[in-house]
Design a protein around this ligand. Sequence first.
Ligand code: G6P
Length: 488
Amino acid sequence: MSSAEGAPLVLVSNRGPVTFQEDGEVKRGGGGLVTALTGLASHRDAIWIASAMTEQDIAVSDEHGGRPFTAELPDGGSYKVRLVASDPGAYDRFYNVFANPMLWFIQHYLWDLSNAPDIRREEVEAFEFGYNVVNEDLARAVLEEIDGQEEPVVMAHDYHLYTLPGLVRRERPDAFLHHFIHIPWTQPDTWRVLPTRIRREIYEGLLANDIIGFHTRSYQRNFLQCCRDLMDLEVDFERGIVFWHEHEVWVRAYPLPIDADATRAVARRPRTAEFEGELLRRRREHLILRVDRADLSKNVLRGFTAFDVFLEQHPEFRERVTFVAQLMPSRTDVPEYAEYLERIEAVVAVVNHRHGTPDWMPIHLKLRDDLEEAVAAYKNYDVLLVNAMFDGMNLVAKEGPLVNERAGVSILSENTGAHEELGEFALSVNPFDIQELADSIHAALTMSPEERKRRLEGLKGIVTQRDPGDWIDEQLADIRKKERGDGT
Ligand code: G6P
């Protein structure tokens, strides 16, 4: 029985559903990928193979002899997980030198070419002795889990695992390999900064898949263009196919939905209500909100600068509006990220100093990852700011409107995957245009209640149309179609 027919799905990603803390506490993994896969794993019987990312993860993996175990999350949900511990030095090169920042930066147009991204031996070695080692370790675990299964289905996730499919394919030509990429796929020239050999290895690894999924049609198109221009391959744009040796690789768009029931359940938790109480006690007339990982791609600094400009140009809003920014520190061992956090704190200090009064602080910066606190704020914002420079999907743009109770207006960057679906009911912005951002804040805060309501209802309608069960079913349906040789 293949897993498209009901055997447990084998999922593999770098970050898993849980991370273990020093005190033994279990924490939910952060980011959009985990949100997507926890939704998926709760709709289907699945085993989730992931890297052991911290020392505690490694200890827990060792306790289970590197075998699968059931991880229970404190706030509900249990997942069959196998944590794979790689050599710490290799893992550091994989995560902190190659995957982030190199691949992440390329795939968000973040590399500053005028400042020469030098590729020296360290970066090349980070690929050979870091990225590839972790991919090999995870591939080995996948091969063990699918041993004995006929025509197994393996679903790999994201930019950490581009070489894994080739490794699995070599041992299991009968396996069905599916890969979902949660971040943008950028245009061909952006890939030219990588050494040619590394670039080839990445594309060859990926082309060992049967299906490659993206959030949007524009990433799908970019990938096809890259295969044509960088790999000299025949592609069919219309049908979404790359021809690779004897093999057809289907390239598809499956926009990720949110798990509305799960988010609503968080909105009802007592701890969420406590945060709400606190927020309401301190709220001014208007609340602007952003919730993000503290990542360069999220464009946090321009968001604060736009707020600064808005307050400058519309002094009548001083003391009447507060900007709450809940930012989760992320990848702090990567120097660019650590420095970004410092710059965020510095800009907040400047704006607060410039406009603040003894009893009004314009920006409240909360550097933490707290789901209930975020959802409490989702319920109460008047303006939700999602101004990422580029973002694969952005689930905040979907979760916020779902539970918002104040006819809150979404300001949404046109370079997020979510914009393809939500653009019609949001205030679309070019994330680089600070004046447009400032104007949008003003437009949102002065919009008529009817218009705000119309937009929010429109957003709620879209974000409740599909759920993660549908998302996985659409992909499984394509897997079955391709297995049967059913055209496209
Ligand atoms: C994005 C990526 C995920 C990643 C998440 C959190 O959503 O697409 O693959 O897991 O960010 O980043 P981290 O480095 O903490 O896993």
